[in-house]
Ligand binder design. Structure first.
Ligand code: ZDR
Length: 285
């Protein structure tokens, strides 16, 4: 089977995008995502994203992680998705609706001198009740600076869902965190029945955060859009940042704002097409 795709990245978080408005999602999608995302035997990506049609919105987006699991949402991915559907002429609108596992979200193409340079996304409201994130053991309470023990060490965790679960931990220096060791232990900690993405965040000042991420189902990545939104939310809840701040990731910068007016989070950042091609399914050794 041949699969036409385009490869995109947003702050170095990279995705294979497939237009499946006609064919839909294949039955072997978990296996396909693992092989497509493989950096040696496949195209190489952090996730596989499908463009689908929707009865409730202009488009529907579904994302599968590199391990084959499905994520409810993807912040960097939706910017890539928005550029793809706009650049390829699937819509003429500069702002449109996309159905996701986090509800219907609204990206808007940001232009400079008439050319698209990035995307702003209305990411909706952050979810803070533990049972809705989900985090076990706190009922409907918020989980703000609560002690969690991971691999024998105690951390203060603040948990937020942006459609997908996040655990935010403030640290002095993100480079001191042994991501490969503690990341998987957070991901599968008993607090998190659906596993979790984990962000380690150092506050540079009230308008600048530095963040590194361990992504559920994908390991360390260069950036995480929903993670940046969760980090700003957590920083505000802990009194550490203003409601608008720049988040510096390993692969680039995102501007995140938590609007006082409507409680929505707005994420602005780049999305770039890298190449397009045809993937030959089942021909790898
Ligand atoms: C973190 C992410 N790359 C983004 O930019 O929001 C989303 C990918 C999905 C994530 N690995 C999850 O929730 O399982």
């Amino acid at each position: 089977m041949s699969l036409a795709f385009t490869k995109w990245q947003g702050c170095g978080n990279d995705f294979v995008l497939v237009d499946a408005r006609k064919g839909g999602i294949p039955a072997n999608v978990a296996e396909l995502s693992r092989s497509v995302c493989d950096r040696h035997y496949g195209i190489g990506a952090d996730g596989l994203i499908y463009v689908l049609s929707s009865s409730a919105a202009d488009f529907c987006m579904r994302i599968f992680n590199a391990d084959g699991s499905e994520a409810e949402m993807c912040g960097n991915g939706i910017r890539c998705f928005a550029r793809l559907v706009y650049d390829e002429g699937m819509t003429e609108k500069e702002s449109f609706s996309v159905e996701t596992g986090a509800g219907i979200l609204i990206p808007r193409i940001v232009k400079e001198n008439g050319k698209p340079v990035g995307v702003e996304v209305d990411m909706g409201e952050p979810v803070l009740e533990a049972n809705r994130i989900p985090v076990e053991g706190f009922g409907e309470e918020r989980v703000i600076a609560k002690e969690i023990e991971v691999l024998g060490k105690k951390y203060q965790a603040t948990c937020v869902s942006m459609g997908n679960p996040h655990c935010v931990v403030f640290v002095g220096d993100v480079d001191d965190v042994e991501m490969d060791k503690v990341g998987p232990a957070f991901e599968r900690h008993k607090w998190f029945p659906k596993r979790t993405n984990t962000e380690f965040v150092a506050v540079r000042d009230r308008e600048h955060l530095r963040m590194r991420v361990w992504e559920r189902g994908a390991a360390v990545t260069l950036a995480c859009g929903t993670g940046a939104c969760a980090s700003l939310t957590a920083a505000v809840l802990n009194g550490r940042a203003e409601r608008r701040a720049e988040v510096e990731l390993d692969g680039g910068r995102l501007t995140i704002e938590w609007s006082e007016k409507n409680n929505h989070i707005y994420m602005t950042g780049p999305a770039e097409k890298v190449f397009s091609g045809v993937y030959e399914e089942g021909e790898q050794c």
